[in-house]
Design a protein around this ligand. Structure first.
Ligand code: FAD
Length: 441
């Protein structure tokens, strides 16, 4: 398709987090004409999420704040003017991309030679009985809300899951004078001395973790390690979480909000990397490999160098020593926070547990499909079972559905519940029509 576009550039960078901003800076420095688009009203991404509407920052003057202002200075110095409130919808094989301009209320077309996809990671949350109840949120989502509003949510918060982000959230709540009721942690870093020793090679991270732990303890938030949440119910208008410790002893904790978190994972965005027909598509940052913010920045810069080389017809290989370093950090963190007990995973969940939150489909409904005499495939699971058919289109539930399919039918093949197709995000018909009208004028 060859049609005039609203915007013409050498490279389109999608996502205004650490990876996208760093990529845009490097592409500009290499002399390319760059467009940087971000779906939200402000740049920042997940880690550097900015306060909105005059709210105050939760960690002013911190290392995080300094790093972000350095990146923004670089962006300004390179002369990039980002387009905020612009959602990338997709690109055809000839380099014609569509952006949903949410402020302008219309879709815009971009003609480009390269796309760097830097859309960030997806938070991993495992299903638990009762996790569909109102008041159950993700810890990462709650953290974003706090960063944007500068305020703690109304009501008491119980944080449940695995990994360092739960402690970071507890520290943020303590900072705001609203300490969490408790942090329930599946692992127990205190019983992993060799992993703790290996952490000493990363003093910046140790200092940050120590500061968060100190703040959490000072605020009186208990850190219940080696424990897991078995069910959430609602009683007298509040959530009641049943917790089991490493010895199998149970207790119940009441809260208004339960924040769940089981790590973050890459985002296999429905646009695979490619170099074809003169169009270069590369992934960068946490959406490619979820290794944290400094790796994301380094990977963004390396992806930009790779794109520049590919556009000039040269062979290219991604090279970023910081990415290798952060892979080591993540490996150490994984052993430090390794869950104390094997709880049987998804296969051990009771039938009534909701698996697909968008459509309210349960573990039992999937099990029933999988034990039918005629084997069902991905198509039936999706179309008849309605798994992965809601607004998230499998982005959050596909991994869990796949894990349960593999547990019930170990010999079965992968179930690709989400498809590589665009628009990558829902778009209003009126915004599409506005693009046609603008073209006809
Ligand atoms: C929920 C969550 C919480 C986290 N909390 C922490 C933490 O406390 N500490 C820590 O060290 N790390 C944290 N991380 C990891 C950290 O955020 C990342 O390492 C870092 O932000 C990665 O940078 P990035 O640029 O790759 O992605 P991100 O920072 O996630 O940026 C991606 C950007 O792409 C934009 N985007 C997505 N899709 C589109 C589209 N279609 N069109 C336009 N724009 C789009 C998003 O709005 C976002 O701004 C968290 C990650 C998540 C997912």
């Amino acid at each position: 398709m060859d049609r005039p576009a609203d915007i013409v550039c050498d490279a389109l960078v999608v996502g205004g987090g650490a990876a996208g901003v760093a990529a845009a800076v490097e592409l500009c420095r290499a002399g390319l004409n760059v467009e940087l688009v971000e779906q939200r009203p402000a740049l920042g991404g997940a880690y550097y999420r900015q306060p909105a509407g005059g709210a105050t920052a939760t960690r002013p003057g911190s290392r995080r704040a300094r790093q972000w202002s350095r990146l923004l200075d670089e962006l300004r110095g390179a002369g990039v003017t980002p387009r905020e409130c612009h959602v990338f919808l997709g690109v055809d094989t000839h380099g014609l991309a569509l952006l949903d301009d949410r402020k302008g209320g219309r879709v815009r077309t971009v003609r480009t030679r390269a796309v760097i996809v830097a859309v960030g990671a997806v938070e991993r949350v495992l299903p638990r009985p009762g996790w569909q109840l109102e008041g159950v949120v993700t810890a990462g989502g709650l953290q974003m809300l706090i960063k944007e509003s500068g305020e703690a949510p109304t009501g008491s918060v119980l944080i449940v899951g695995n990994g360092p982000l739960t402690v970071a959230l507890a520290a943020d709540l303590a900072r705001l004078g609203r300490p969490a009721v408790a942090v329930i942690e599946a692992g127990d870093p205190m019983t992993r001395p060799s992993a703790a020793l290996r952490m000493a090679a990363f003093p910046g991270l140790v200092a940050e973790a120590a500061a968060d732990l100190t703040r959490m303890h000072a605020a009186g938030t208990p850190w219940l390690r080696g424990s897991r949440l078995t069910t959430i119910t609602r009683e007298d208008g509040r959530l009641l979480a049943s917790i089991e410790d490493r010895n199998g002893a149970s207790r119940q904790i009441r809260a208004d909000i339960v924040a769940l978190h089981d790590g973050i994972r890459p985002n296999h965005f429905g646009l695979p990397p490619t170099t074809r027909d003169g169009l270069v598509v590369l992934h960068a940052g946490d959406c490619r490999e979820a290794l944290g913010v400094s790796s994301a920045e380094a990977d963004g810069r390396a992806a930009a160098r790779e794109a520049v080389a590919l556009l000039s017809g040269a062979a290219a290989q991604r090279h970023a020593p910081e990415v290798t370093r952060q892979r080591r950090v993540q490996a150490v963190l994984a052993s430090l926070f390794r869950p104390i007990r094997d709880d049987g995973g998804l296969a051990a969940l009771p039938d009534e547990t909701v698996l697909c939150r968008c459509e309210g489909r349960t573990v039992g409904q999937l099990r029933a499909m999988l034990t039918e005499p005629d084997p069902v495939g991905a198509r039936e699971i999706k179309l008849n079972g309605r798994f992965g058919m809601g607004p998230c289109q499998g982005r959050f539930c596909a991994d869990n559905v796949q894990a349960l399919v593999s547990a019930v039918r170990p010999a079965s093949q992968t179930v690709p519940l989400s498809r590589d197709r665009w628009p990558a995000r829902p778009v209003l018909i009126s915004a599409l029509a506005a693009e046609e009208e603008a073209r006809e004028e």
